[in-house]
Design a protein around this ligand. Structure first.
Ligand code: IVH
Length: 677
């Protein structure tokens, strides 16, 4: 082979590698359908890098290797936007949305339903990408809307953004607008890395995306996984603008530009609200954060007819979810003692509304978290609440730290019983060493757990009642509940004979329970509801469980050494054995034959529950499935046997339909239970 053909074949190989790498990146970032494992991608990438080093004359600015970042910049240059980057008006309520739709209809003088394009409101940063003759030449932040910062070097490192558009016939100039963001999983990985390197963690994916993009050193940006979704257009020369917004996004997608698939074209205000509700239901399962949805009049001609008011278009509106984060002041930091003695620092906050709920306390998790986030008494902090989880303090706002902010000191003695607080070296959690007998906080926590809905389900025995019962020495262990009499109960604060009788009835009722509930109610460390069920199914009887050896315990599905030790230790303790004997003597019982250990009608079948059923509560449906040997899972996959769907079923129903999984309504579900196929 002579040098010339060697060169020619390298040239062809380079060309092939670039196309191949671009094809895989497109499949991964735009189509969301990965085609090859990361390792293979990396191998192709390295091969291309080496060939380019061998042939510098064949280097090209749009090669996939040119995404690694370059030397740090002294500062960002300013970029004037040819078409200003506008902001968008916000709406929060149904009324706001109906008013928007009315304004649009009136503005257009149209009586029928307006056609809207609905999309997500991504929680990231707005970016303008300029492609000239199909090649990415400049990227700029929104800035004040008229001028932003030139972040081209950073944007080039984002693999989701094509360096060259996928067309032979690109427009002369196009400004693609959209949002740069970080996916939740990438955010978690980044913070993990920051933690390991003893660097500051980011408060949320938005801050992480902003921090990554505003790096003067693009080599740092290159190490952060950023993503992009397009949602608009600025200047466009040399091509006709599509007639609708949805067609614009379809065009982008064909050009290889990532566009989010969660979008829809809908008629009128009702269509908008349906989209909003649908997204509300799937929000938690999205790979990234959103703070609402955006509605745009779909027809570009109508958009132009409506025009702008000050800095926002009349044709668009953001429908925001109630904020899940808010800022407030830390009034104090105290500690809470949990039922296992775990000491949790809790921030006492100036009351603040987060996602529609007033929050006055937020967890700080443990001592290390307080140090790492450097939260001090007096600080201004960001508080987050997501779904049903306990509100947490995310970060402090450094610029607003008062001069007299005080550092939190972890107490050395339990604030409730005075016992020493110990923290094993390899554990994050400090615990009160007093145990359940000495420490009233642990006692109360354990008793609350015992009566809770998923354990013995004793209604009417709330936190305040347990508080009084323990403080007056009437109850020390769960067995004492069953010794309570009407007179003692009726004498307590906020109790009367009727409510006392209700508690007694609930106690009597609870005596007839199930083995999994009973095991769970004991509050053995590391034994949650699902492990309790597994143990019951595996051993069949409480006596068998109590007599199990370490070896037998380790043979149980999902039970590792730590869990096994905890269970063995619990049943080894004479106080616990005594407690169990007393509970049984008080009449607590279960039908051991119900815990069938062999195949049952629904053994091997997995169900997913979604939406609201007309009669059955979710727990009830789950109990019925499990009693028949079936399993309940939270997400739909190919392995799902049935989806039971009620009203307002969301994405799980759609997924089941797309996978061809049988969907049952309540009636069909009950029929199946009676008559399993
Ligand atoms: S359209 C002409 N669409 O929200 C309207 N903006 O206040 C221009 N955003 O800073 C914006 N998702 O960063 C639009 N699907 C979406 C969006 C979106 C997020 C952000 C954008 C901008 C702000 C608008």
């Amino acid at each position: 082979m002579n040098a010339a053909t060697g060169h020619e074949s390298d040239r062809a190989r380079i060309q092939w590698l670039r196309e191949e790498l671009n094809r895989h990146a497109h499949a991964y970032y735009v189509l969301d359908q990965p085609t090859i494992p990361d390792a293979e991608y990396d191998a192709l990438f390295i091969e291309l890098q080496q060939l380019e080093i061998k042939h510098p004359e064949l280097m090209s600015v749009d090669s996939p290797t040119q995404r690694v970042g370059g030397a740090p910049l002294p500062e960002f240059a300013q970029v004037q936007h040819d078409v200003p980057m506008l902001s968008i008006n916000n709406g929060f309520s149904e009324d706001d949305i109906r008013a928007f739709d009315r304004r649009v209809s009136e503005g257009l003088g149209q009586s029928g339903d307006i056609e809207y394009a609905c999309e997500l409101k991504f929680d990231g940063l707005a970016i303008n990408l300029r492609y000239v003759d199909g090649v990415l030449v400049q990227a700029a932040t929104r800035g004040d809307g008229s001028a932003g910062e030139d972040v081209t070097a950073n944007i080039r490192t984002i693999r989701a953004i094509p360096l060259r558009l996928m067309t032979d016939n690109p427009p002369a100039v196009i400004d693609v607008r959209g949002e740069v963001l970080m996916f939740k999983a990438d955010f978690a990985r980044l913070n993990q890395r920051q933690r390991e390197a003893d660097l500051k963690e980011f408060a949320n994916p938005r801050n992480a995306a902003a921090g990554s993009l505003r790096q003067l050193d693009s080599r740092i940006t290159a190490q952060r996984s950023l993503r992009f979704f397009a949602y608009g257009v600025g200047r466009l020369d040399g091509a006709a603008l599509p007639e609708t917004h949805s067609a614009l996004l379809d065009w982008y997608s064909a050009l290889g530009i990532p566009v989010c698939t969660e979008r829809a074209v809908v008629p009128g205000a009702d269509g908008l609200l349906t989209f909003f509700n649908h997204i509300g239901a799937v929000r938690a399962s999205l790979d990234y954060d959103i703070d609402g949805v955006v509605y745009k009049v779909n027809r570009v001609a109508q958009q132009q007819a409506l025009g702008f008011v000050s800095r926002a278009p009349r044709f668009a509106m953001a429908h925001k979810f109630p904020a899940e984060e808010a800022t407030t002041t830390v009034l104090d930091i105290s500690v809470q003692v949990g039922r296992t003695g775990a000491i949790t620092p809790v921030a006492r906050l100036a009351p603040v509304s987060v996602g529609g709920v007033t929050v006055t306390n937020a967890t700080l998790h443990n001592e290390d978290e307080v140090r790492r986030k450097d939260i001090r008494i007096g600080d201004n902090v960001i508080v987050r609440r997501a779904g049903d989880v306990i509100p947490e303090v995310v970060a402090h706002v450094p610029e607003r730290r008062p001069a007299d902010a005080r550092v939190f000191e972890m107490p050395t003695a339990c604030p409730v019983c005075g016992s020493v607080i110990v923290r094993p070296e390899d554990e994050a959690v400090a615990r009160c060493s007093g145990g359940w007998l000495k420490c009233a906080a642990q006692r109360k926590g354990g008793l609350q757990h015992f009566v809770s809905r998923r354990a013995m389900d004793i209604e009417g025995l709330g936190e305040q009642l347990i508080e009084q019962l323990v403080d007056r020495g009437l109850v020390t262990t769960p067995a004492d509940f069953y010794k309570l009499g009407l007179i003692a109960l009726a004498e307590l604060d906020r109790m009367a004979e009727k409510s006392a009788q209700n508690v007694l009835d609930a106690l009597a009722h609870s005596k007839s329970t199930t083995l999994p509930r009973f095991i769970y109610a004991l509050g053995i460390r590391h034994v949650g509801e699902s492990t309790a069920k597994t143990l019951a199914r595996h051993f069949g009887t409480l006596d068998a469980l109590m007599a199990a050896s370490e070896e037998e315990m380790l043979a149980v599905e999902d039970v590792g050494p730590v869990v096994a030790q905890s269970i063995l230790g619990f049943f080894h303790d004479p106080l616990n054995r005594e407690l169990i004997a007393q509970l049984r003597a008080a009449g607590v019982h279960w039908d051991e034959s119900i815990v069938e250990r062999d195949a049952q009608p629904l053994t091997g079948k997995t169900f997913v529950l979604t939406g609201t059923l007309p009669n059955l509560k979710r727990d009830e449906a789950q109990a019925l499935i499990e009693a028949a040997g079936g399993k309940v899972s939270g997400s739909v996959s190919k392995k799902t046997s049935y989806v039971v769907a009620g009203e307002e079923a969301g994405s799980k129903l759609a997924k089941a339909e797309s996978l061809g999984i049988p969907v049952l309504d309540e009636k069909a579900f009950l029929q199946l239970l009676e008559n399993p196929a």
